[in-house]
Write a protein that binds this ligand. Structure first.
Ligand SMILES: Nc1ncnc2c1ncn2[C@@H]1O[C@H](COP(=O)(O)OP(=O)(O)OP(=O)(O)O)[C@@H](O)[C@H]1O
Length: 661
């Protein structure tokens, strides 16, 4: 213990010295550490002197186009009661206005099964087995694909090619050969033209494998590092097939003998993509719009917290690909506005998070209890950077003969992210944070993760009070506030955002240079996703975590993650883990052990024979129904989830984290 403390105090004191702290100001010192905002008394004066320069080395993100409007005045959207004149009124300015012209109704409007009409001028259509494309539209193209020099678009970074060095493992029967280029063998020509517009030149490893797997009609569970292109990994093969095959030929079921004026306009999408958070759902929708540009496929989006009337009007005009959060989708099904009877592709993105958030009943209802075709008659895809074992239950029920694809170690972080763990006591966190924010090394946007909504508010207020341009995003803010916050972060008006786990998954924001885990999560997978908001698409980024004894449950997993990504492991962290082990009698870790072994491996549970599962002892939750989902990857769990052998019906207990964020 003393070892850890000493190491830490050493580092704090050296910081202290480095910063030239003047101790003679006789301020009451509640801590040995002196916050930067208290160090130089004249500092505040500088700040109040007009715009100043924030009185620090803090500078506007250098590589970002600086808006001509007052940076100071747009320091934060926080606490404002309105006055936002932003035309988009939200973070997704490239989302279409749902009241676009040209409503032509849904797919079967003319009773012609092979006719998907054009719904607006940017929409193509399908007729007599031929895909007719809409004319190109420079305005929409700019809105969807931006310009090459746009700073708020993700550009591939220097390490993009290095993705190819990551080992890939694909298990299952008859795994199709990966492709090497989008053009060999080629994806649908129209999709290729949209990929060109998006300026993608080479597929990432997950795309190289997922494209032929899905095109071969196989189910897939894919796990690849954050920021490595999983979204296109499922969108490309699905859209390519839809573009070349056209709409499903079968007619939707009739609505009985109800008179036409009583019939609701029901949508019959071919693709459903479920995702856990509203922001991620919108982001996937934006990607779908890009790659479905000018085609017959019309993407739509529905998510909670937004006006359902508007979403219904959008769907009424035709919906071939629906991106949805589970709760809102159930709502629309109950209102008989969506039928799942024509679903050909079901995608579950970040499925593990959906379980964490307590969405399992809704997901099971959508997939098993409505009119969705059964597992044999649809293609089901699951994508995430982490696959904790709970998700295997869903896989067992939702997927058939699936291929398990792991790009790199399941749940590992990208080496593009430089990780640093700092020992910081709770009472020192604000000061250390200010230090980091004042550091001249900081470039780009900074995302700060905290555990509670209250803390997000408090920390944001504190930062704004310190003249930092900050905003916050969490589940207690209205959807509109969330979108505004994201928007002002994304475009650099408030280059600091304090967030709860609501922003942890999937969000792809260009130029996030630094992720700070102000509070560490209790689950290592959450840590992996959070830091994955930086270092995306081959770019580099840094992540700093504040660790103290309250986080010791995650220490062992943290060390594994650091070692795997070739990061420096602080000696005090190793001491804490050793101490933990001694304290717990040499047993496993206190937290969610990952049971890693070897330098590379997968978690395809089907690969582990039943006998081996039993040998792992205490956690043999396999099902005796021929599946054999082993748990040896999690052998440090130490039970608690015990699922008796062969078809017992002990309910699985999922930790519901919804209230946390
Ligand atoms: N083949 C490609 N070439 C260039 N850029 C790509 C390619 N595929 C994806 N990208 C870009 O990489 C970024 C990250 O992609 P994406 O958001 O799909 O990652 P992800 O693996 O889903 O991450 P997460 O696990 O955080 O959800 C996006 O900005 C996307 O536009």
């Amino acid at each position: 213990m003393s070892n850890a403390t000493n190491n830490n105090s050493g580092s704090l004191e050296s910081k202290f010295a480095r910063l030239g702290v003047n101790n003679s100001d006789n301020r009451p010192q509640t801590s040995r550490y002196v916050p930067p905002h208290m160090r130089a008394p004249h500092h505040q004066e500088e700040q109040s002197n007009g715009r100043g320069n924030m009185g620090s080395t803090w500078s506007k993100p250098t590589d970002r186009a600086v808006r001509s409007d007052s940076w100071q005045s747009s320091r934060s959207d926080y606490g404002r009661s309105g006055g936002w004149s932003d035309k988009s009124m939200g973070g997704y300015s490239n989302r279409p206005n749902f009241y676009e012209r040209g409503s032509y109704g849904g797919k079967y409007a003319r009773g012609d099964q092979d006719y998907v009409p054009r719904r607006d001028e940017s929409q193509g259509y399908w007729k007599n087995g031929v895909h007719h494309f809409a004319a190109r539209n420079p305005r929409i193209e700019h809105e969807l694909f931006g310009a090459p020099e746009d700073v708020d678009r993700q550009h591939t970074g220097i390490n993009f090619e290095k993705y190819d060095d990551i080992p890939v493992e694909a298990s299952g029967t008859d795994v199709p050969e990966p492709i090497t280029q989008f053009t060999s063998p080629p994806l649908d020509q129209h999709l290729l033209s949209n990929i060109d517009l998006a300026r993608y030149t080479t597929p990432t490893p997950v795309q190289k494998y997922s494209i032929p797997i899905v095109e071969a009609g196989r189910d897939l569970m894919a796990c690849a590092q954050t920021g490595s292109g999983k979204t296109a990994g499922f969108l490309f093969p699905v859209l390519s097939k839809l573009f070349s095959d056209g709409p499903i030929a079968s007619a939707p079921p009739q609505e009985g003998n109800r008179p036409s004026y009583l019939r609701t306009k029901k949508a019959y999408p071919s693709v459903i993509i479920l995702s856990p958070t509203r922001e991620l759902t919108c982001q996937i929708y934006d990607e779908a719009r890009k790659f479905a540009y000018r085609s017959w496929v019309r993407p739509c989006v529905v998510y909670g917290g937004a006006d359902i009337g508007q979403q219904l009007r959008q769907i009424e005009r035709g919906c071939d690909l629906l991106v949805a959060t589970p709760g809102r989708l159930v709502d629309l099904i109950e209102r008989a506005r969506i039928s799942l009877s024509q679903i050909k592709y079901l995608v579950l993105d970040e499925a593990d998070r959906m379980l964490d958030m307590g969405f399992e009943p809704q997901i099971r209802r959508i997939v098993e209890q409505e009119d969705m075709p059964g597992v044999e008659d649809r293609i089901t895809l699951m994508f995430s950077a982490t696959f904790p074992r709970d998700i295997q239950y869903l896989a067992r029920d939702f997927l058939k003969e699936y291929i398990f694809l792991s790009v790199g170690r399941v749940g590992s972080t990208s080496e593009n992210i430089t990780q640093k763990i700092e020992y910081v006591e709770d009472e020192d966190k604000r000061s250390v944070l200010l230090d980091i924010l004042h550091s001249s090394e900081l470039t780009g946007l900074t995302l700060i993760f905290v555990e509670t909504k209250r803390m997000a508010d408090m920390l944001c207020d504190f930062l704004v009070g310190q003249n930092f341009p900050a905003t916050a995003i969490h589940g207690d803010r209205t959807q509109r506030e969330r979108e505004r916050a994201l928007d002002s972060f994304r475009n650099g008006r408030t280059p600091i955002m304090v967030a709860t786990a609501v922003a942890a998954r999937g969000l792809d924001i260009a130029n996030v240079g630094h992720v700070i885990s102000y509070d560490l999560p209790t689950d290592i997978d959450d840590y992996v996703h959070r830091i994955g908001r930086t270092g995306r698409a081959g770019n580099t980024g840094s992540a700093t975590a504040f660790f103290n004894r309250g986080n010791k449950g995650i220490a062992g997993d943290l060390i594994d993650i650091l070692k795997e990504a070739n990061q420096e492991v602080p000696s005090w962290l190793e001491s804490i883990v050793r101490e933990n082990r001694m304290y717990s009698g040499g047993g496993g870790r206190g937290g969610r052990g990952r049971g890693r072994g070897g330098s590379f491996g997968s978690r395809d549970f089907r690969k582990y024979p039943q006998q081996q599962q039993q040998q792992n002892g205490g956690d043999n939750w396999y099902r005796g129904n021929g599946g054999g989902y082993a748990s040896d990857m999690y052998n440090s769990y130490g039970g608690g989830y015990g699922r008796g052998p062969s078809n017992t019906s002990v309910p699985v207990q999922y930790q519901n984290k919804t209230s946390w964020f």
